[in-house]
Design a protein around this ligand. Structure first.
Ligand SMILES: [Mg+2]
Length: 243
């Protein structure tokens, strides 16, 4: 990847590629889908290694700490088939996600290409986007398979994404709830938007990621913000951090 781009971020009015994280970004964290996925991961490990729940849970969290994702740990240490794992853990009930005509409208009015970039699978993304009613807006779903099983925030798949899909980072904006996942995006020269959350692991001020200048905008409500952006009298940069 190229050297860190230290120029000021491109204003949102100059963006023509929008890269959205999926989970807890395109739908609210209160849907709590991750709790189901988390539980399925524990079940998978319990079944695979014939472990009681508590021990399976401990192993899972250890993989997460050591490798960044549970899947990466399972693949590295146990040669687990990633497709089998993902099909299992993403076999969840997506009905807690509420269909969102508002988000559909907001995306419709937002000019430019839209891409989903997720550490999950395409199948999971398809399920969630269909449930939200916004699948038609996205021409690329860049999932963990496309990323060669290297999860965010490793910078390598970000470089791959821009190369493979002809994205000019200075004209791209990445929207994410996990603050540290915005670090490589900002380093490439993208404008970044952090969807505020209370979850410790996702915040910039906890979990060891620091108050970086990798967050250019912070928003509480994605839909409200998108609607504001695309209103004729909208003031796109009103949410700039520090303004
Ligand atoms: Mg997320």
């Amino acid at each position: 990847m190229t050297a860190t781009d230290t120029r000021s971020p491109t204003p949102l009015s100059g963006i023509d590629v929008w890269i959205f994280d999926l989970d807890n970004t395109l739908y609210p964290a209160s849907s709590n889908l991750f709790a189901q996925i988390d539980q399925r991961m524990t079940e998978f490990i319990g079944e695979r290694f014939d472990l009681p729940w508590d021990e399976a849970r401990r192993r899972q969290k250890q993989f997460f700490r050591d490798y960044g994702t549970t899947l990466r740990g399972l693949m590295t240490e146990h040669d687990v088939d990633p497709i089998e794992f993902m099909d299992y853990v993403h076999d969840i009930d997506v009905t807690p996600v509420i269909p969102s005509p508002e988000l559909d409208q907001a995306l419709e009015r937002l000019p430019g290409r839209k891409i989903v970039y997720t550490n999950g699978s395409c199948r999971h993304a398809d399920n969630v986007l269909a449930r939200l009613g916004i699948a038609r807006h996205f021409d690329v779903i860049y999932d963990i398979v496309a990323a060669g099983y290297v999860p965010k925030p490793d910078p390598r798949p970000y470089g791959e994404l821009v190369e493979r899909h002809g994205i000019e980072p200075r004209r791209a904006c990445m929207v994410e709830d996990i603050a540290r996942n915005l670090v490589p995006a900002a380093a490439l020269g993208m404008t970044t938007v952090w969807v505020r959350t209370e979850a410790d692991f996702a915040r910039p001020d906890r979990g060891g990621v620091g108050h970086g200048d990798h967050i250019h905008h912070a928003v509480d409500d994605l839909i409200e913000w998108l609607v504001g952006l695309t209103r004729p009298d909208g003031s796109p940069d009103a949410t700039a951090v520090g303004s």
